[in-house]
Structures are given as C-alpha cells and as structure tokens.
Design a protein around this ligand. Structure first.
Ligand code: ADP
Ligand code: MG
Length: 731
C-alpha cells in the first residue's frame, strides 16, 4: 500500500524459501564492511577462547552491538558446526527468529533454510544435514528436547535475549543446567543486553550441578591469552578460572551515545494522541533523525500510523515540495515480513521514518537511524492470578529497566533524546525490573512439558526464578481436570502423553483430542489452526468498518470459533482464491498459514493413531468438543449492569466464571471484537481474556454453550450447572 507512495518496491510475501540465493558482489562487500564495524567483532578471539574453555559463557552487550547476528556466525566460521552437529540460537520472539535468520542468511550469502535457517512453532525452515545455524524460538527448542533430551543435534546453544526472562527462556535455562552435567562437549552461550549476569552464571555453575567433573579432554587450546579485565570467571572455592565447569562472563563495550531523557509536566490522557502530537512538534523543529514510538499492541500502532498519515498530508502542504517528509510505519509481531523490513531499513532520502512499534523494538529487532524515542511507558503482558485461575493480557506500566533499554534505542548513531509520556514522579514509582514471565504466567503448559520430559517433582526443579507455589498447584489441578494427569499427578496414558505431543496449549490440545469422541476432528483442527495465527482479517487502520461488514457475513450465533470455521469453509469453497479473500477483507497470507498449521495438526492426530473425521454440519458437536477443552473458562450471564460512562457496554454484559473465582471479584464481559458482543448468550466458554484499563476482563474468541453440557462433558468439575462445585473461599 505504502510502497507506491514512497517509491519502494515490496517483495511479495515471504514464503520461507524465497530469499535470494545469489547476492551481488557489491552488496556482499557492503554487508561485510558493516559487520566488521560492529563492537562484538572486536571480541571474536575472546569469545572463541572462552567457548573452548567454559561450558557456559555469559555475553553481555548493548542492543545492536552484534550479539544475535554476529556471534553465531563467528562460531560457524570457527568450525563449531563441523562434525554433523549444528548451532542453535534461541529467541523469545518468533518475529525475531525469522528476521534475524533472514539477515544472517543474507550476510552468509546463502538461501534461507539451507546453511542458515529458522524454526518456530508450526514452521521449520531448515534442512536436516545441511543447516548449520538455526535460529529458533526457545519454545521450539524445548519441543525438540522431547525427542532429543540432551540436544545431541547441537554443539552450541546460544540462549539469546536472556534479559527478557521469557517463560520458555527460564525453563530452557533450568533444563540446560541438567543437560551440561551430562554433555561436557556442549557449549552454552547466554547473551543478554542487560542481565544480572552473575546471577545466571551462578545458576549455571556446573560445580553446583555436579560436584566433581573432569575437564573436557577434547577441548583444544584456545587462540591465546586474553585481557583479564574483560573476563570474569566466577571464582569458586578452587578458584580455577579456566575450569570448564566455571561459567565465564564477557562484557562487550557498546558504543552508545548519550541520550537525554525528557518527561511530561502533566500526565497525558491518551498516549497515542500525545505521541503523535509530540512527533509533529519534533518534526517541525527540524532536527534530523528517525523517530521510534513505543506503544503496546497492533491496534495502537495502527491508530498512531493512521493519525500520523493525516498529519503527514498536512505537513506536506505546509512544508512545500522539498521539505523533509514523514514516513509513518507500524512494527508489530503479526506484520507481514515485507512491511516489517520497511520499518527496519533506512528511510529513503528526504524522508523521516516514524515507526510506531510494540515491545519488539525494545531489544529483539534493531532499527537503523533512530535519534528520538517516544515512550508511552506501557507494555501488554501476560498476567496470571492463581486465585481466579485467569491469565489475562494486561496493558501495564513498564519497569525502569525496560524504559532504559527503550531510551538506548535513540543513541545508536549520534546523541539522542527520549521523551517519556509520563511525569518524572510517576516514572520514579515504576518498578525497577520486569517480573520474569515465569512468575506471572499460567503454568499448565510448562508443567505438562516438564512431566513429558520425565521431571515429576516440580518443587525440586531448579528454577532461575521459582514460580509461585499457588500457580503450580493450579496448573496441576487444571491438567488433572483435563485428564492429562492421573490421581498421582503423573502423566496419564495415553491422554497426557498425547496432549504433550501436540504443539498446542493444554486446553486446545484437550479439545482436539476430544474431537474424536464427537466426530469433528477436522473442524477442531481448523479452529485450533485459526486460533494459532494472528488475525485472519486484513490489517490496516481505516478499514474497520469494511472488516466488520465482512465479518458479519460469516458470523453465527454459536460464536467466534464457529465463525472462523465458516470463514475457512467459504475460503476452501472459493478454491483458496486470493481475490475472494481480498474481497472479504481476509488476509490470504494468514489463511495459507492456517492451512499449513491445520495440515500439521491433522498429521499429528494421524501419527497418534486417530483418523480425524468431519461432522459435516453438526455444529453442536463442534461446540461440545470446544467445551471439552475450555470448560474451566465457562462463564454465565449475570444480572443487568448499567454503566452510563461506557455507553457501548451498557445493558446486560456481565459474566461470571461458572466454577467460581476463589472468592475474588472478577468482572467479565464479551469483548467488542466478538460476534456475540450484542447477542450475549446465557452461557459461554472463552479462549482468551484481556484486561482493559477499566478493570473489566474482556473475553475473546467466545463460544455459546448449553448449560447441561458442562456436567455431561466435565462431570468431575460440574455436578450441576445451577450449583457449581463450591470453591474454597468462594461465595
Ligand atoms: P544485538 O543482538 O547485539 O542487539 P544484532 O546482531 O541484532 O545486535 O544487530 C547488529 C547490527 O546489525 C545492528 O546494529 C544493525 O545495524 C544490523 N542489523 C541487524 N539486523 C538487521 C536487519 N534485518 N537489517 C538491517 N540491519 C540489520
Ligand atoms: Mg539481539
């Protein structure tokens, strides 16, 4: 869309293997020049030396210094991938795994998916036996451990962006701690932009894992001695810094320029609007440099871009022909790859890039040329309340550590400015560091995975940050109610093992496995696939009305999940026609991806010995199978609540969890994006919930159910619908 206006050519959608195989010589030498200038390149010898000598090395360096793209290439070039094993570099975010792999393949001059590849859930762009360097999400590496617990396919595992402390990173570190005790030849490289490096190093100190260990005899001697000042090996009782078992810490000097931080004098009412106004002011001042705005999600980014586009038109009329123009671009995880590249690459001459980004731009992706950061100081994150058993996406203030990272994005090429959209006083009250995801997420998936790996005693597992015991108990309860665990809390056979095998969260896995009973495996596979992709509706700010109209054509009284099914069927009937999809405001790219995922899920089912059949138009069967996974999220309509301030929601739209919320007051309502928003059935199950600023929990992807289904489908949880099993402390 934007391509024409700015004279930039869009690639067609990336399909994983279409990266150019041959890159012209000039571009290649340019890339080499850029690579050589990165701070981390100067430390090549030290990094390789430490890797020879230590099982674990912690690498600390500013964002943009070259950790993610350069270090794995150093290892590759030093021969760490020789002898049939390869190098894995994990990323907490899918979008980063894909982008970085694409970039590195380009730097290596190879086709993506050959020597350099990536692997994320449902998408493996690598070639067995050929791929030497694989960027993968930490979650997908965890999955590989189910088949290969000691990760024997790899010689080096680089755990990247460890400072993010994602749930899967923490879990992976806990497991790697066990693996290194049995694989002295394996090397772990932990890289982080800001880490309590010592803490992770101490956590992985092999001497605490296994009291005695012989030094690896195979490790050849390194290229030479190195400056002591650079390397800190945690000194243990025996004080031998070159011991394989002792983790090493290496700090790479960044080359960050000073960033001046500014605050608002008064709090702002709407940070998207304030961010846009601030951008316009900055632009009018005429100071050169791109602008990066941190917001919390796709919707906000698109709204900001739409507002900025209006402003851009106005500024152009005022500024005249030769004036610098603004080029607003969004950047969020679900964005098509080609559009994402626009945000990452340098702006064309005469344009000032203004990127409205989510947290992905904080450390995962590096943007060129940013001099101004406008920070809304908020982030959308998972929060779990073990009392209510609800995990919600919540827009919350960021931590000071996070704000500091964001500010740093402004000082990459020259001194910069960071404008925080809060008062200095409010800022001083923010928490210092972000709570690790492990301590604020639902743990059912984690527990299921650990059980499948044979780790039964969760309490004795070594966690980098132990999750709350209450959350652990809740996870065990949920898995038990889904039939994944037996009464002794062991993985049940075959159901628990099958659930762990499926690349789906436990609830959806349970639905898919139950679908056999209801004769609708085909349909539930479709629904699970549609829930595993980003929105199938066309993205773009100004098109909401058109999307709503298109949505209405497919919507049904059964709810959003069955609506997805209708969309799918209609798309299939059209012969998976791109034109048809466009006419109906659907994204062909996302639909094709859903089709791929659907195929994989069907393959998994067949591998488990189940032949998925279709129930044709028996919708009740589909809804029952959905209920078999989501019954813990069953809610019923409560009495009337009128809210004059929030006209959209006035009337009856207040739900409560059927199973109770442990005495906690939780207000649930149907999210506006749902097809049942106006219908408001008396009972429903939802798939996800978001917590808005008003405090309401907004249910998304809802399905209407019949009350009598609950005791029928989950008799251990619901004896009768009118009298749910009392909860401890419940009302
Ligand atoms: P780190 O992991 O230390 O944050 P990276 O290895 O991701 O750093 O990036 C190093 C440098 O490579 C960046 O400063 C940027 O200039 C460049 N770079 C990385 N990815 C891309 C990309 N997709 N397109 C253009 N330049 C990139
Ligand atoms: Mg990085």
């Amino acid at each position: 869309r934007k391509a024409a206006a700015f004279g930039i050519s869009f690639d067609t959608d990336r399909d994983g293997t279409s990266a150019p195989a041959v890159i012209d010589g000039e571009k290649q030498s340019n890339l080499l020049h850029q690579r050589n200038r990165l701070p981390v390149t100067k430390y090549q010898r030290e990094i390789l030396y430490l890797l020879e000598r230590h099982s674990c090395t912690v690498l600390v360096g500013e964002t943009g210094c070259g950790k993610t793209t350069q270090v794995p290439q150093m290892l590759l070039e030093a021969g760490w991938a020789a002898g049939g094993r390869s190098i894995a570099c994990t990323q907490p975010r899918r979008v980063a795994a894909i982008t970085v792999a694409t970039r590195v393949a380009e730097e290596q001059g190879c086709t993506l998916g050959r020597e350099v590849g990536y692997k994320i859930r449902f998408e493996d762009v690598s070639t067995p036996g050929v791929t030497k360097l694989k960027y993968c999400t930490d979650g997908s590496l965890l999955r590989e451990m189910m088949d290969d617990p000691l990760l024997t396919a790899y010689s080096v595992i680089m755990v990247d962006e460890a400072h993010e402390r994602s749930l899967s990173t923490d879990l992976l570190l806990g497991l790697l701690r066990k693996v290194i005790a049995q694989r002295p030849d394996l090397r772990i490289l932990i890289s982080s932009a800001s880490l309590e490096a010592e803490k992770v190093a101490a956590f992985l100190d092999a001497r605490t894992v296994k009291a005695t260990r012989k030094r690896d005899r195979n490790a050849s001697s390194g290229p030479g001695p190195m400056g002591d000042a650079l390397v800190t090996a945690t000194n243990g009782p025996d004080g031998d810094p070159a011991d394989l078992a002792t983790p090493a810490i290496l700090s790479v000097e960044g080359r960050l320029h000073p960033v001046q931080v500014h605050y608002l004098e008064e709090p702002c009412a709407d940070y998207v609007v304030t961010a846009v106004e601030t951008t316009v002011e900055l632009h009018r001042e005429g100071i050169p440099g791109d602008i990066l705005i941190f917001l919390t999600g796709q919707e906000e980014c698109e709204r900001a871009v739409a507002l900025l586009e209006e402003e851009a038109g106005r500024l152009r009329r005022v500024g005249g022909k030769n004036a610098l123009r603004i080029m607003p671009l969004p950047l969020f995880a679900g964005l098509p790859a080609a559009q994402q590249m626009l945000a990452l690459e340098a702006a064309p001459r005469n344009y000032r890039k203004v990127v409205a980004a989510t947290n992905v731009a904080e450390t995962s992706l590096t943007l060129e040329g940013v001099t101004f950061v406008i920070d809304a100081c908020h982030v959308k994150q998972r929060t779990y309340n073990p009392r209510t058993g609800l995990e919600a996406l919540l827009v919350a203030p960021i931590s000071q550590a996070s704000a500091q990272q964001r500010a740093g994005r402004a000082g990459r090429i020259r001194p910069g400015h960071c404008l925080r959209l809060c008062t200095q006083e409010a800022f001083s009250k923010l928490q210092q560091a972000t709570v690790p995801e492990m301590q604020r997420a639902e743990l059912a998936g984690t527990v299921l995975q650990l059980k499948a790996l044979g780790i039964d005693n969760m309490m004795r597992f070594h966690w980098l940050a132990p999750p709350p015991a209450e959350a652990m108990v809740r996870a065990l309860e949920l898995l038990h109610s889904l039939g994944a665990l037996d009464d002794d809390a062991r993985l049940s056979k075959p159901l628990g093992c099958q659930m762990a095998e499926l690349p789906l969260e436990p609830r959806l896995a349970a639905s898919l496995l139950a679908a056999g009973r209801f004769g609708c495996g085909q349909e539930i596979a479709t629904i699970c696939a549609m829930l595993s992709v980003h929105s199938v509706w066309a993205s773009g700010g100004g098109q909401r009305r058109a999307i709503e109209e298109a949505q209405a054509k497919f919507s049904t009284a059964e709810g959003d999940l069955v609506t997805y099914l209708n969309v799918w069927k209609a798309w299939e009937d059209s012969g998976r026609n791109r034109k048809w999809a466009e006419r109906n405001m659907l994204s062909q790219r996302v639909l094709l991806r859903a089709a791929d995922i659907r195929g994989q899920l069907l393959y998994h089912l067949r591998r488990l010995g189940m032949e998925p059949i279709s129930c044709e138009n028996e919708v009740a069967a589909v809804c029952k199978a959905i209920t078999a996974g989501l019954f813990s999220y069953a809610t019923r309509l409560e009495g009337t609540i009128y809210e004059s301030v929030d006209a959209d929601y006035s009337g009856t739209n207040s739900y409560s969890l059927v199973r109770g919320t442990g005495g906690q007051a939780v207000r649930l309502r149907i999210h506006k994006s749902s097809v049942l928003w106006r219908v408001r059935p008396s009972m429903l199950v939802f798939h996800t919930v978001q917590q808005g600023p008003s405090g309401w929990h907004e249910m998304q992807d809802v399905t209407a159910i019949q009350p009598e289904w609950l005791p029928e489908i989950a008799p251990h949880m619901f004896q009768s619908v009118t009298r749910p099993r009392p909860q401890p402390g419940g009302t």
